[in-house]
Design a protein around this ligand. Structure first.
Ligand code: ADP
Ligand code: MG
Length: 417
């Protein structure tokens, strides 16, 4: 009974950083580096507490769940926080005196840390279920290594093995539970941000939608006159001014265009369209946009893919994906566009580039209003496209790696022609 009590105390010490993070840090600290630092410290405190109040089971042997803060610290924060936390564990263990325990600690860390470092990047890229699997799998590995190393040095005995098995089950259960907890709280937080964003955007777009049309007309007139002014005999500087003015007007027009697309009432009675034909048209369109960019377009479109959609809107959204792909490769490269019917009755469209790519944080933000990393970007293209695709019951998946490229996989339910 007393062992159980000790384990429960360990569990409490373990969840302190999680709740402190979501209550105090997440809302107030915005900078990535500061968050990492605070979290590393909090996980460190959790490790020290777990090690200070271990489960003692005779003969000076002690068990605790210090591994879990180390695991989360590494998986969520990165390799360096992991190295720091490992040193913390070893140093703190040394203060209890140099014994076999120190050797066991170091041995188990040497055996498990490389594996954790290896899967760390993968962990951040996968979905919640996979994360739970990875975290619990690593916990299992750690406990198993612990049992082997301890058994190897002290010999195996049934009473000790019994406590170790309880420890193993407990560690895996706490790891699983805490991963779910962290992921769930994150999800709720993201959802809240999304609701805030949507609400803010709804108000703005309602207002802007009203003015957009009115502003567009005088702009078109000014643009027309500027073009008329653009005489070949003008001095270079004046020609440059005119060019700049026209470019700025075009940019403003583009923003308004995106806004208007958003404000349009959605029409739920779409026709059945041949996506393959639409895509070929979009590809031809983007090719004209391509000329200056030294980008090669590779097309692999299966004939006769049918789905329910509004062709104009679908075109607009796919064009946005293709434009972004082209823009992500300032030094040229290949954009692959493919469209296939899957066995499970979906139309799968992929747009893949070899451009600058995005980190997981950027991938998460993509599609939210005004999110743009481009100097002249509006940050509306993806938002509009995401909305359009969702309105056709489509799903979007993004896979991206910085410096390697990005792939957008879009899936729609297909229909028979
Ligand atoms: P804009 O293109 O005006 O910046 P978007 O909504 O189209 O706005 O895109 C938002 C941001 O998402 C871009 O600024 C860019 O940082 C990122 N992004 C979108 N597509 C890609 C891509 N294929 N490769 C890299 N980054 C991309
Ligand atoms: Mg764009």
């Amino acid at each position: 009974m007393s062992i159980l009590k000790d384990f429960l105390l360990q569990f409490t010490l373990m969840v302190i950083p999680i709740f402190s993070y979501f209550t105090f840090i997440l809302e107030k600290v915005k900078e990535d580096r500061a968050i990492k630092m605070f979290m590393t410290l909090l996980w460190g405190v959790s490790i020290l507490l777990c090690m200070s109040f271990p489960v003692e089971y005779g003969g000076g042997a002690r068990l605790d769940i210090r591994f879990i803060p180390l695991l989360f610290g590494t998986l969520y924060l990165g390799v360096w926080p992991g190295v720091f936390l490992s040193f913390l564990i070893i140093l703190y263990r040394l203060t209890f005196g140099i014994s076999m325990g120190v050797v066991t600690t170091v041995d188990v860390l040497i055996l498990t840390l490389p594996v954790i470092f290896y899967v760390q990047r993968l962990f951040l890229r996968v979905n919640r279920d996979r994360r739970i699997m990875i975290a619990t799998g690593l916990s299992f590995l750690y406990c198993l290594c612990g049992m082997m190393v301890f058994g190897g040095m002290n010999g195996f005995s049934i009473p000790v093995l019994k406590v170790q098995v309880i420890h193993l089950i407990f560690t895996i259960a706490v790891t699983g539970f805490c991963t779910v907890l962290i992921e769930k709280i994150h999800e709720i937080h993201e959802l809240r941000l999304e609701v805030q964003d949507t609400e803010r955007f709804r108000v703005i777009s309602e207002l802007t939608g009203v003015f957009a049309h009115e502003i567009r007309n005088p702009m078109q007139v000014s643009r027309g006159f500027l073009q008329l002014l653009d005489d070949p005999d003008l001095p270079y500087r004046q020609k440059e001014y005119i060019k700049l003015s026209i470019e700025e007007l075009d940019r403003a027009n583009e923003i308004i265009h995106d806004f208007l697309a958003l404000g349009k009432p959605s029409n739920s009675t779409y026709g059945t369209i041949n996506v393959s034909e639409q895509l070929k048209r979009t590809a031809a369109l983007i090719q004209t946009f391509n000329v200056n960019h030294q980008v090669e377009l590779q097309i692999d479109i299966q004939d006769d893919c049918w789905m329910k959609a509004d062709p104009q809107k679908l075109n607009q959204s796919l064009l946005n994906f293709l434009k972004n792909a082209v823009e992500s490769m300032p030094n040229g490269g290949t954009v692959s566009l493919s469209c296939h019917q899957t066995i499970d009755g979906h139309i799968r469209i992929t747009v893949k580039d070899q451009g600058v790519g995005m980190n997981p944080k950027q991938v998460q933000r993509i599609g939210s209003p005004y999110y743009s990393l481009k100097e002249n970007g509006t940050g509306l293209g993806m938002m509009v496209s995401y909305q359009i695709i969702r309105s056709f019951n489509g799903k979007i998946r993004v896979e991206s790696e910085e410096g390697v490229g990005t792939e957008f996989v879009i899936e729609f339910p297909s229909v028979q022609a």
